[in-house]
Design a protein around this ligand. Structure first.
Ligand code: GRF
Length: 203
């Protein structure tokens, strides 16, 4: 049986695309029922339409009094679509605690650094400025701490002397596109338990 998934995305949507590809190739036992974006012109919404996702929605943050109300509206859409998992794919808003509590342990994010280093929206620039020689990406569960939930998987890429944000991001994205669908698939096929902060994959 396949699991219903909601994807939240603000931008390009390449991680949404690879997830949809992995599902349609029969690898990932999931169905993306809903794509939500906080940006009207997000290419991620075009991808959702083109790929025949059942429901794709622009939810306008300006239509709500505050972040919590916006998040609750999104949460209601997600529940209406009977989605069990929420995949953040370049979603550029911080989720309110109420949202995180409502879907506790069921929200995944991908971040373009080796957490816990370089949290936040400027992770790639921050890694370059710091001068690290390797960086990468992290798939993690979302909790109340920004980019701070338990780590599901990480991938490492080298940082070269002549890298700029774009070149390093491109190298990181190659790994993201492999790792994110792989982790979603593993969660659905294998499952995991939490031992404190540690994710222990079921045998
Ligand atoms: C990715 O690099 C991800 O790590 C970060 O936002 C970017 C989204 O890329 N959270 P895309 O929109 O999936 O192409």
């Amino acid at each position: 049986m396949s699991a219903n998934i909601a994807v939240m995305a603000s931008g390009r949507g390449s991680n949404l695309q690879v997830l949809l590809d992995s599902i349609s190739s029969g690898n990932c036992p999931a169905c993306v029922k809903l794509v939500i974006s906080d940006k009207e012109n997000a290419p991620a919404l075009d991808i959702a339409n083109r790929e025949g996702v059942e429901k794709s929605l622009f939810v306008n943050p300006k239509s709500y009094c505050n972040r919590e109300e916006f998040d609750m509206a999104c949460a209601n859409f997600i529940e209406e679509s009977q989605c069990e998992w929420i995949i953040l794919a370049g979603y550029m808003r911080i989720l309110s605690s109420k949202f995180v509590q409502r879907f506790h342990g069921k929200i995944l994010n991908i971040h373009p650094s080796l957490l816990p280093s370089f949290i936040g929206a400027t992770a790639i620039q921050d890694a370059l400025t710091y001068g690290v020689k390797v960086s990468g990406c992290t798939v993690h569960l979302v909790d109340d701490v920004l980019d701070g939930g338990p780590i599901l998987a990480q991938a490492v890429v080298p940082v070269y002397d002549d890298d700029c944000v774009e070149s390093l991001h491109a190298r990181i994205q190659i790994e993201e596109h492999r790792l994110y669908p792989e982790v979603v698939t593993r969660i659905l096929k294998q499952g995991f338990s939490l031992c404190g902060r540690r994710v222990v994959w079921h045998p």
